[in-house]
Design a protein around this ligand. Structure first.
Ligand SMILES: [Zn+2]
Ligand SMILES: [Zn+2]
Length: 329
């Protein structure tokens, strides 16, 4: 039996010298077809439907093997038994758990993670794992409204949200550079900012195409609830930068400095969170974007230095004494 297409390197995960087991392949395949959080007994029931000769002990053993191999993750919703969810290409996340119907909803928040890191660091504590579970009543149980049908995987929602954050950042970057090009006095500087704006426009359309492709995988993807929560996303950096450009007396050098600050913050944001995510398309998007921002940052620093050198060589000739640099015009 071939390995399942959703798990291309299952053979690699299998311990060396272990005999291929078709029973185990069946159990793994059935598990991977499920979304959400299964108890061991749920899985036993599903397996019995496929092949009644497979014993409960084999299912339990295989579940443990999947946990060890990083295919499954154990979660405890306080019901007195464990549940299991996919961990392969499935980002680590937090849960909202309905105490009436036992349905659970997944989300990710790097604001929560940052806070946990801060608390741990304050006590010189090495955090290994943090679990955030919010118990309560879901909308379906509270209002009688039919529950939102499942369908999108967390991975897809994660990719959607990561792309939205990248697109928002790209848009605010475009606005920033368009404005910087308008206020630049130095022709070369104007050129640089225009080129950056062009580049942002190009990246924006690439990202939007990619986003449209993602939506093809699930027609309802846009309307599904947010998975990835970011209060301090990087688009805020460029929005603030664009505001700073409006201040009186911002010259070319100052515009470069503001741009450098924005690109550096954005690069750090995407790199820091991208590295923290589990292998997934969302992670990929963040890391690619971090790389793009690093290139922008280096280019701005180069241009900033070149402008400083040019100004040193050709101090502006004025008929009146040059005012002290600190004085505002
Ligand atoms: Zn409920
Ligand atoms: Zn989960």
């Amino acid at each position: 039996m071939a390995t399942t297409p959703t798990l291309p390197d299952l053979d690699r995960l299998r311990p060396a010298g272990t005999k291929r087991s078709s029973k185990r392949d069946l159990i793994v395949n059935v598990f991977l077809r499920q979304e959400g959080h299964l108890s061991a007994d749920d899985l036993v029931d599903l397996i019995k439907r496929e092949d009644h000769r497979i014993s409960r002990a084999t299912v339990y053993r295989t579940l443990q093997w999947m946990v060890d191999a990083g295919v499954a993750r154990k979660v405890d919703f306080g019901e007195g038994r464990f549940r299991f969810e996919h961990s392969y290409r499935h980002p680590r996340h937090f849960h909202l758990i309905c105490k009436s119907c036992n349905r659970s909803y997944e989300f990710l928040s790097s604001d929560i993670e940052s806070l946990v890191e801060e608390v741990a660091a304050a006590r010189a504590f090495t955090a290994r794992q943090s679990v955030v579970q919010i118990y309560g009543t879901c909308e379906a149980c509270r209002t009688g409204k039919p529950p939102a049908e499942e369908g999108a995987t967390s991975e897809l929602l994660f990719a959607r949200d990561a792309m939205r954050i990248a697109i928002a950042t790209e848009r605010s970057g475009l606005e920033f550079y368009a404005r910087a090009a308008r206020i630049a006095k130095d022709p070369r500087g104007r050129n640089v900012f225009q080129r950056m704006a062009e580049e942002e426009k190009h990246h924006l359309s690439t990202l939007e195409n990619r986003y449209a492709k993602l939506l093809e995988q699930d027609p309802q993807l846009e309307s599904r609830p947010t998975f990835l929560f970011f209060k301090g996303a990087a688009n805020g950096l460029f929005a603030r930068g664009a505001d700073d450009l409006r201040r009186k007396g911002v010259d070319d050098l100052e515009a470069y400095r503001i741009g450098i600050r924005c690109e550096r913050g954005s690069h750090r944001f995407f790199k820091r969170y991208g590295e923290r995510f589990e292998d997934s398309e969302g992670k990929q998007i963040f890391l690619e974007f971090a790389e793009e921002e690093r290139e922008h940052l280096e280019m701005l620093i180069r241009e900033y230095r070149a402008l400083l050198r040019r100004q040193d060589r050709h101090p502006r000739r004025t008929s009146r004494p040059v005012p002290r640099p600190a004085a505002s015009r």
